[in-house]
Design a protein. Structure first.
Lengths: 425, 428
């Protein structure tokens, strides 16, 4: 048997290749020849923050429309090229950024990048296709309106973020989506899309230089004059007392609950401590302390967990659970009690050690697939974490103390000032 | 770049697959039991899934709450799933920590406690899981269609079980089910990743070989009879969106016709992705998308086959366009099915289906958990050769085969048509 070569390296400066093209596009690549496939993933500054209030859902509509036909190919022709190769490519809009994800056999990377470039730079927004897409988006909204977990989450955002742009649904509402015209789509694309601020990661069975060469060929000549700057983000005003709202949905068997508060930004100093704290609160093992109280001990829910959503702006720290409508009050009390205990007592040394080991141990697993690595590269770029971030990761995790977790918990969570959203009968 | 594969059966009947993959310092270990909802009778529906839940509730050596913490602490991930024909457990761990997973699986193959209190608390958890499912129109519709398609065969009921049984089953019911099916001679173990085969095999022998074989489990033998005529049904519920589910009876995964069906599925509804840990691709140039979504009878369409031990269903689900009636969407679907039965597909369409399958295979092989998954999964309804020869067998499918299976299986009198009728408006 030949000697085994174990690939243990986490992505770092030695194997991540980064190049900024003259037009402003940042390319990140990392080769992986374990499978003959390749992933592309990226983002650009054309998120829902640009949406006018009366046309919410515009950024999302534009992103969904990019693949519906270009100056070169019809919708069906584009997907025929893509699907005939067993490849995929999709766009979606977030609040700050819009983004894309695609994958193909490595032999078809140029095909994939060609379609990406076409969709980004020459979308045609064909009238008939736009009306079909509008009907699909509206049906999507109608389906979401019947989904207890979607509605609980939307209600939560409205309580927590009130007049802040984060309170606005990225997909818009039926009224606003109906109002969006083809001219709106063309104008949004013309003003907000462009190479400045765009980042693309290419990971898979292709050498770094070759990947960059192919991205250059596809997108290197893209230029947009007067590409709009993203609007400034206002501060979030914290809640002054607990606010509860129940979104009524008759006929449902289960209610969804979201309880929480504001959380850190990804770049905040408290992020890692809050993240470890969140793991203890509602992730570790079988959904942490929350899972233990609500599922394991009380048997009230199939799922009950906490999440920390930290991004460019002030994030949220949320506990979610799905329970029988008659158990909403009991489950809410159990969750709020856990939040109280969390900010009063903090976490134990053992709990913290467990979660640290979990964070460090699971890293190779999250970086196993090309998609996982691409996500990691984009994370480094987006939050300026440094090329050696994953190499330093264990040290960053290990540096967090119990006191750090407690002060992060106290900074963000006040059990007297929670947003409590329920959707169900 | 073929990874060495070892297949062996221990003296107690436990079949073991080992595949060395040295691309990342990770090992994924799977334990598959041949038990699922097909092994359940009325009054005990959902018992296999509930037993799966109880397998996380502790043994004397690994009490509840210790297990999940132990796996998480080592940076591992674990889960379990119950299906029509099987129940599977996996742990994917940093390579140096895999011994914990092996010890845990050996232990809970025989020593799970099924404590009364834990049974009681898990009862309400599973009821809550079912209530969550019931919130979904497509669960309601799927359950009704499946019940109508199978009157005799235990594929009749949903894997999660009927609410009445979830209320009535006892600790002893669960424990007997566990003892009857959780035996080495009813299991397949599959381990893939960064290990050395001789030492891994030695450790597996040491941990698992002392577990005695049991009497071969008794199977429910109630084959479904011939369906004589189309079945139509409707389910009403909240919402404003109409859904249509159309199911055709198709053969078991081990049947030679399954491969032409996979090709047919690919061009009809887009390729089914059997990978559990890797996403599929879009279906916007499939025949059904072009005929139904492009023409605005539906806003989305999905279709797919399931790899099962006994004949099951090929299922097509439409989200009906708000300006259409379910009947109009069904008529448009029927025109496409009729076309498939009448006109030969092209060689190019078959070649395209094979390329799609090849790409999905490549995506699936990016990840070690998925590679371990395939070894056990394919054994549950056929054998590992099924997986290994998959692309070859697809390549051997002819234009004639596709037309023949279209005519054989896509007959209106052998299908069930279900409509979800939304009560808050919308067309129906």
């Amino acid at each position: 048997m030949t000697s085994k070569k174990v690939h243990t390296a986490l992505p770092g400066p030695n194997d991540i290749y980064r190049e900024v093209l003259p037009n402003g596009i940042t390319v990140l690549t990392r080769a992986n020849f374990n499978s003959p496939s390749v992933v592309i993933s990226g983002y650009f500054d054309a998120g829902a923050l640009f949406d006018p209030d009366e046309k919410l859902g515009l950024a999302d509509f534009v992103a969904s429309a990019l693949m519906r036909g270009t100056k070169k190919h019809t919708f069906d022709e584009m997907y025929n090229i893509l699907e005939s190769a067993g490849a995929s490519l999709g766009f979606s809009a977030g609040v700050h950024k819009s983004g894309f994800n695609g994958r193909a056999l490595a032999e078809d990377l140029s095909l994939l990048l060609g379609l990406l470039a076409e969709a980004l730079t020459q979308p045609a927004f064909p009238k008939a296709e736009m009306e079909k897409l509008r009907a699909q988006l509206l049906t999507g909204l109608a389906i979401s309106a019947e989904d207890t977990s979607e509605m609980a989450s939307e209600t939560f955002d409205k309580i927590l973020y009130r007049d802040h742009p984060y309170s606005r649904p990225e997909e818009g509402t039926p009224e606003t989506v109906k109002r969006i015209t083809r001219d709106d789509l063309v104008k949004f694309h013309g003003e907000c899309y462009g190479p400045r601020g765009m980042v693309i990661a290419v990971v898979g069975a292709v050498e770094a230089e070759e990947a960059v060469r192919q991205v250059k060929r596809a997108l290197g000549s893209w230029q947009v004059r007067g590409q709009k700057e993203p609007p400034a983000l206002p501060d979030v005003k914290p809640l002054r007392k607990t606010v509860s709202k129940h979104h009524r949905m008759p006929g449902k068997s289960q209610s969804d609950i979201v309880i929480g508060t504001n959380g850190p930004k990804r770049r905040d100093a408290e992020y890692m401590a809050a993240s470890l704290g969140n793991n203890i609160l509602g992730q570790f093992g079988m959904m942490g302390r929350i899972g233990d109280a609500v599922r394991e001990k009380a048997g009230l829910a199939y799922y009950a967990y906490s999440s920390l959503y930290a991004g460019i702006g002030p994030g949220s720290w949320e506990v979610s659970a799905g329970v029988n409508p008659s158990n909403v009050t009991r489950a809410t009390r159990l969750i709020v009690d856990e939040l109280k205990r969390f900010v009063q007592e903090g976490v134990t040394e053992d709990e913290l050690a467990d979660s640290k080991a979990n964070f460090i141990g699971r890293l190779p697993l999250s970086l196993e697939s090309n998609g996982g690595v691409a996500g990691a590269l984009l994370n480094i770029e987006r939050y300026d974490l440094g090329m050696d971030y994953y190499l330093r990761y264990a040290d960053l995790v290990n540096a967090v103390t119990r006191e750090d977790v407690l002060s992060a918990a106290r900074k963000f969570i006040d059990p007297q000032k929670l947003a409590i959203a329920v959707a169900g009968p | 770049m073929k990874n060495p594969l070892t297949v062996t059966t221990l003296s107690n009947g436990l079949k073991v697959f080992l595949k060395e993959i040295h691309t990342a310092p990770i090992i994924s270990s799977w334990m598959w039991y041949r038990v699922g909802s097909r092994d359940e009778v009325q009054g005990r529906t959902g018992i296999s899934h509930w037993v799966e839940h109880m397998q996380f509730k502790g043994t004397p050596q690994f009490p509840a709450n210790v297990l999940d913490k132990a796996i998480s602490r080592e940076g591992g991930t674990w889960n379990a799933m119950t299906y029509l024909d099987w129940t599977a457990y996996y742990e994917t761990m940093p390579a140096a920590k895999i011994d914990l997973a092996l010890r845990l699986e050996a232990d809970r193959m025989v020593n799970s406690q099924f404590d009364e209190k834990e049974v009681a608390s898990e009862r309400t958890v599973i009821i809550s899981e079912r209530e969550g499912n019931e919130n979904e129109p497509l669960f309601q519709l799927g359950e009704a269609v499946q019940q109508a398609a199978f009157r005799i065969h235990p594929y009749h009921h949903e894997i999660i079980g009927d609410m009445a049984d979830l209320h009535a089953m006892t600790r002893d019911d669960l424990y007997s089910h566990y003892r009857a099916f959780y035996i080495p001679n009813n299991a397949v173990m599959a381990v893939a990743g960064d290990f050395d085969t001789p030492s891994m095999l030695a450790r597996i022998r040491e941990l698992f070989e002392p577990i005695p074989a049991g009497p071969p489990p008794v199977r429910v033998a109630r084959p479904e009879g011939e369906q004589r005529g189309e079945i139509r049904l409707s389910v009403e519920g909240p919402g404003s969106t109409t859904y249509l589910q159309v199911c055709y009876r198709v053969p078991a995964a081990s049947h030679p016709d399954f491969f032409p069906l996979i090709v047919l599925d690919s061009l009809l509804a887009g390729p089914s992705n059997f990978n559990m840990f890797s996403g599929g691709i879009s279906n916007k140039t499939s025949r059904l998308y072009r005929a139904l979504v492009d023409k605005e009878y539906a806003v989305s369409v999905y279709g797919g086959a399931h790899a099962t031990v006994d004949p099951f269903l090929y299922s097509i689900v439409l989200t009906v366009h708000p300006k259409r009636k379910a009947e109009e969407a069904l008529a448009a679907l029927d025109r496409e099915i009729e076309r498939l039965r009448r006109e030969k597909v092209t060689k190019a369409e078959i070649a395209r289906a094979i390329k799609q399958a090849r790409a999905l295979f490549a995506y699936g092989s990016e990840n070690i958990t998925n590679q371990a998954f395939w070894m056990g999964y394919s054994e549950m309804f056929a054998d590992y050769g099924w997986f290994e020869s998959y692309l070859e067998r697809l390549a051997a499918v002819t234009v004639k085969d596709v037309q023949r299976v279209a005519n054989e299986y896509f007959k209106p009198q052998r299908r069930v048509v279900g409509t979800y009728v939304p009560l808050n408006g919308g067309q129906a």
